[in-house]
Design a protein around this ligand. Structure first.
Ligand SMILES: NC(=O)c1ccc[n+]([C@@H]2O[C@H](COP(=O)([O-])OP(=O)(O)OC[C@H]3O[C@@H](n4cnc5c(N)ncnc54)[C@H](O)[C@@H]3O)[C@@H](O)[C@H]2O)c1
Ligand SMILES: [Zn+2]
Ligand SMILES: [Zn+2]
Length: 383
């Protein structure tokens, strides 16, 4: 089959690879119909995620048709159209029972924090992902969700990660009626966080980034106030000025480890790296939220340590809520939002390309070329 293959930092290609087989009675083999590239894939692409092995296939946002099921699978059958959450979860451990599907204790032997993730290096379990014609889906009774007949595949693929993650970012902000919410990052996750903030009662939504076409998009799509951080001087001071000197009620970090905006943090967090990513957006969030406010973190950081302004967290009495999204927990509600016409996730897709063009797809998204926001890849048999 054709599959995206990692050859080293900044080098990905489409190559032939054996079709995956059922390895456990609760596996399914899914023929992929759509797979998207996520901002998290860029951390892999840039060589920043430990134990990313040459030959691995990335891709944790995909839809497909069930091709084959293992002997114990009960909830799906061959021929079903499914969307597959990016978390691989067992469904029965202590954390899955609490619906913390992103923190499953049984699907990632190499970590005690995150659970398994499709196509996300051996530090997230070493599973091949869905940027391929076929993918093996473990715990097939837990993750895959049948796509409603009325739903487009483009909306469905955004339900596997970007939309639920943005939604959870807003949820973790614990937004109250009329709150001012600042979202750092106008990528897909920030876009859905901003959109969801309104649904949770925000009175004002402000978005900070430095890429103008993304800011323009989010202004229209999510009715947000936008600021380019390269043009406003001191970001924290600017946000204080916008909020009566007190700061925002809620700040959301939808940027993560590869943040721009600080030479020191970029050098020590990305280039050398002495800390687990540049915490620039996170520190801006901590410093521009009001006393007693909430900082919600979905931007991804590594597991060691960062130069985070913890003293400000303490002295301002902040709450920090952070996690990988637990996609499955949000699906019923988000499907309702799409059905009711409150949101159209597929509108953020700017590029639809054949799987064969994976190399160009990663380059374009990574370098933010051609007004790229979200790329969806279509394997040959799904076209
Ligand atoms: N927690 C989860 O479950 C989860 C799921 C998906 C993605 N993520 C993470 O969320 C983050 C965003 O994902 P995405 O797909 O939107 O990625 P993306 O790369 O498309 O978007 C990131 C945006 O942040 C902007 N940015 C850079 N530095 C900034 C700064 N200092 N302040 C404000 N904006 C800044 C960039 O210009 C870019 O537009 C990534 O770290 C990704 O790994 C987490
Ligand atoms: Zn992702
Ligand atoms: Zn579990």
């Amino acid at each position: 089959m054709l599959a995206m293959i990692y050859r080293g930092p900044y080098r990905v290609r489409t190559e032939q690879k054996p079709v995956p087989q059922i390895e456990h009675p609760n596996d399914a083999i899914v023929r992929v119909t759509r797979s998207a590239i996520c901002g998290s894939d860029l951390h892999l692409y840039h060589g920043l995620v430990p134990d990313t092995r040459v030959g691995m296939t990335f891709g944790h946002e995909f839809t497909g048709v069930v091709e084959e099921i293992g002997s114990s699978v009960r909830n799906i059958k061959a021929g079903d159209q499914v969307l597959v959450p990016f978390n691989i979860s067992c469904g029965s451990c202590m954390f899955c029972k609490k619906e913390l599907y992103g923190n499953c204790h049984n699907t990632n032997p190499s970590a005690t924090a995150i659970g398994g993730i499709f196509g996300y290096s051996h530090s997230a379990g070493g599973y091949d992902g869905g940027q391929a014609e076929y993918v093996r889906v473990p715990f097939a009774d837990v993750g895959p969700w049948k796509i409603p007949e009325w739903m487009s595949l483009d909306d469905a693929v955004l339900l596997t990660d970007a939309y639920p993650t943005g939604y959870q970012a807003a949820e973790m902000g614990d937004i109250k009626e009329n709150d001012t919410v600042v979202v750092f990052g106008a990528g897909p996750v920030g876009i859905f966080a901003a959109k969801s903030a309104w649904l949770m009662g925000a009175g004002r939504v402000i978005v900070i980034d430095h890429i103008d076409y993304r800011l323009e998009f989010i202004r229209n799509y999510a009715n947000a106030e936008i600021y380019n951080f390269t043009q406003i001087g001191d970001v924290v001071l600017h946000i204080k000025k916008l909020t009566d000197g007190l700061g925002a009620d809620v700040c959301i970090d939808a940027v993560g480890a590869e943040a721009d905006g600080s030479f020191l943090h970029h050098l020590t967090g990305v280039k050398i790296p002495l800390q687990a990513g540049a915490p620039t957006a996170l520190n801006w969030a901590i410093d521009s939220v009001r006393k007693g406010g909430t900082v919600s973190v979905v931007g991804v950081y590594g597991p060691t340590f960062n130069m985070v302004s913890i003293g400000n967290v303490l002295n301002k009495g902040l709450r920090i809520n952070a996690n990988q999204a637990s996609v499955k927990r949000h699906l019923p509600r988000l499907i309702e939002h799409i059905k009711a016409g409150r949101i159209s996730p597929k509108d953020i897709i700017t590029h639809r390309i054949p799987l064969e063009e994976v190399s160009e797809g990663y380059h374009r998204f990574s370098s933010k070329l051609d007004n790229c926001i979200k790329t969806v890849m279509i394997p040959p048999k799904a076209a």
